[in-house]
Design a protein. Structure first.
Length: 276
């Protein structure tokens, strides 16, 4: 040790690009200890071999290990500590990855809905169009429908159900009505609330929407006036040689989840159509 070159804490800080504060903390918790401490002034000195622990620590930190978790690794006594620690970290990171994916998907989908609504309002897109609707598999829950839209969209029973089955949802709330004409006339008492599940629905009931041609029309404004848009869809399809299907879907692009100003609500009314 006497013949080996030793480095001061300041030199180690510069060579390894690590702060003096960090080096002192590593010493305190027993991760990297100085090879010599001066009895005269308490200065810390490190050997070249000890310096080489710094890159190892940095890489462990990159992998997500906490300093306390590194202690056994740095002893280097056996592979077993690494194997156990890495296996546990892989499981932990996998869970974090799933949580981040869920959060990212939820935020991105909501952002996309806001952009869609802004574009619809800005360009006053309220004309009927016929398009192919991609198939969408959703989880759903049967519910009573009494035209209290806020209660149906910010739906406590639906939230509780999703928590019960352990599923995370994304995208707009969708209400499916078995009879579109009864819905327009204010008659239905039942509906299904649906949303896309981020992972899969497992063994829980599912419903597939789309996978067919549909008539689509955006409704801008309060849900209570949505009958006007149904009327528009029925008139347009009749005039253009289409026949409407039995059921209808209301896709709430922006609603009470995003704004309390009902004049800024954007709802897409969707009805399956076929040629006469």
């Amino acid at each position: 040790m006497n013949d080996e070159q030793l480095y001061t804490i300041g030199e180690v800080s510069k060579i390894c690009n690590v702060s003096r504060k960090a080096l002192r903390f590593y010493d305190k918790i027993g991760i990297i200890r100085p090879d010599k401490i001066s009895e005269e002034n308490g200065y810390r000195f490190y050997s070249k071999e000890t310096l080489l622990f710094v890159p190892v620590i940095k890489y462990f930190k990159q992998m997500g290990f906490k300093l306390d978790e590194m202690r056994e690794f740095l002893k280097g006594s056996s592979y077993s500590a690494h194997e156990k620690g890495f296996r546990e970290k892989i499981a932990e990171l996998k869970k974090q990855e799933e949580e981040i994916h869920t959060a990212y998907t939820s935020v991105q989908d909501w952002y996309d809905l806001i952009v869609e609504a802004e574009s619809v309002i800005e360009n006053q897109v309220t004309e009927v169009s016929v398009k192919y609707s991609d198939a969408l598999t959703t989880c759903y829950l049967e519910q009573d429908f009494n035209y209290n839209y806020m209660d149906s969209i910010i739906n406590i029973n639906w939230t509780n159900y999703l928590e019960e089955i352990g599923k995370a949802i994304t995208g707009p709330v969708i209400l499916w009505f078995p009879n579109c004409r009864e819905k327009m006339q204010g008659k239905p008492t039942k509906a299904r609330i649906l949303q896309k599940i981020i992972s899969d629905c497992g063994n829980n009931p599912v419903m597939t929407l789309g996978g067919c041609m549909v008539a689509s029309c955006y409704h801008i404004g309060p849900h209570e006036t949505i009958r006007e848009t149904y009327d528009k869809v029925f008139r347009w399809t009749q005039e253009h040689g289409y026949r409407c299907g039995e059921d209808s879907t209301e896709r709430y692009v922006t609603d009470y989840w995003t704004t309390r100003k009902s004049e800024n609500f954007v709802t897409e009314v969707i009805i399956k159509v076929t040629r006469n």
